[in-house]
Design a protein around this ligand. Structure first.
Ligand SMILES: NC(=O)c1ccc[n+]([C@@H]2O[C@H](COP(=O)([O-])OP(=O)(O)OC[C@H]3O[C@@H](n4cnc5c(N)ncnc54)[C@H](OP(=O)(O)O)[C@@H]3O)[C@@H](O)[C@H]2O)c1
Length: 340
């Protein structure tokens, strides 16, 4: 007999991330979504709070302050049974420890390839943001391998408009977005501290972001300064080595069309590439993801799979191995052992 599926309460199903998470859980073989209405615990009422507490996990697809309020209310309401909480906002990401000190912290930073499965004792997963996910996948292995200078990182991010959520704002009007590209939140992007903290190694980044006339998709171009004698090939090899067992990260042989956001649309894939050294000495490192999938909802499913002890890939789209026919670097398709 098939075991009863895990129930996952979702708060925020009327938002972009909540909608995608709901759709993924609807076709997940071992989880079922439980949608809860209510903008606050008081608004939802005690019955809805009880329904949530009875779930195996609760996903908060809400703005930061609402996530904090719901997480506190769930903790208060929980008796012997305490649901696992996964938060898609940035309310808890800075409290989640860098990987080196993760043991014993009840808040786990949920970037599976870099931080692994939630350790025992985890009470809440802080699901990483979309820019942090792309930047960390591209750069953290290079810092771990001591191949690049941590203080001289220049990162340009570009995102489709769904990254801003469904709230109305003038710069998101069709007439401003369509056939247009412009920088936004220059010098004040809220993801910068999260990226620096989770890059570790004393990393400091110069970070600017551009809004693209797309619904979804996010790309990061990082200019890194290699340590003396380090070549682009060595950077690529370090990424290939780091992601050998991780099928949802593809390292391409060359930077180009394979990084196109169209290819990652709807996928859980992080697609990486390393460009040739520039005449100024920097080497570009690229990452493309779907902000609503790998940057939010599919990352949450990946984390929940690991937290429930399920196969990491359940309910996720199949890995994307050669976008646009651009071959992945030798070895980067992994050994296929863990799929984690
Ligand atoms: N969009 C992305 O690419 C992305 C990526 C990574 C992380 N995130 C994070 O995920 C969270 C959700 O993002 P989103 O893009 O789905 O946002 P969204 O489209 O604006 O949706 C927000 C959801 O939260 C609800 N909500 C709004 N204000 C609220 C409040 N004050 N109290 C309670 N509920 C409220 C909304 O309900 P109503 O319909 O009633 O307004 C809606 O269901 C955010 O923290 C965001 O930073 C988003």
């Amino acid at each position: 007999m098939r075991p009863a599926p895990f129930s996952v309460g979702i708060l925020g199903t009327s938002g972009y991330a909540g909608q995608v998470l709901h759709a993924l859980l609807m076709q997940h073989p071992c989880m079922r979504p439980v949608c809860i209405e209510g903008r606050s615990p008081t608004d939802a009422g005690p019955r809805e709070v009880e329904r949530l507490v009875a779930c195996d996990a609760v996903a908060l697809c809400l703005p930061r302050e609402a996530s904090k309020e719901w997480a506190a209310a769930l903790e208060l309401a929980a008796g012997a049974h305490r649901p696992k909480i996964i938060d898609l906002s940035d309310a808890f990401r800075l409290e989640a420890s860098p990987r080196e000190t993760a043991a014993g912290n009840p808040i786990h930073y949920g970037l599976p390839e870099l931080y692994g499965a939630p350790p025992p004792g985890t009470q809440l997963i802080a699901n990483p943001g979309c820019y942090p996910t792309a930047t960390l996948l591209a750069l953290r292995p290079l810092l771990e391998a001591d191949l690049i200078d941590a203080q001289k990182l220049v990162v340009h991010g570009a995102s489709g408009a769904s990254g801003a959520g469904k709230g109305l704002a003038e710069h998101l009007h069709f007439c401003n977005l369509s056939e247009n590209v412009f920088p936004y939140k220059v010098g004040e992007h809220r993801h910068q501290p999260e990226i620096e903290q989770h890059l570790g190694h004393g990393a400091q980044i110069s970070f600017v972001t551009t809004l693209l006339p797309l619904v979804r998709g996010l790309s990061v171009t990082a200019f890194v300064e290699p340590k003396a004698g380090v070549t682009p090939d060595q950077l690529r090899e370090a990424l290939v080595e780091r992601y050998l067992d991780h099928r949802w990260v593809t390292v391409l042989t060359e930077a180009g069309q394979g990084l196109g956001l169209r290819h990652v649309h709807g996928s859980h894939q992080g697609v990486l590439a390393v460009g040739p050294r520039q005449s100024g000495g920097h080497i570009p490192v690229f990452a493309s993801i779907d902000n609503l999938m790998r940057g939010a909802a599919s990352q949450a499913v990946h984390n929940l799979n690991l937290w429930f002890g399920l196969f990491a890939g359940l309910g996720l789209p199949a890995p994307l191995e050669n976008p646009a026919g651009i071959p992945a670097a030798a070895g980067s398709l992994g050994r296929g052992l863990m799929y984690a």
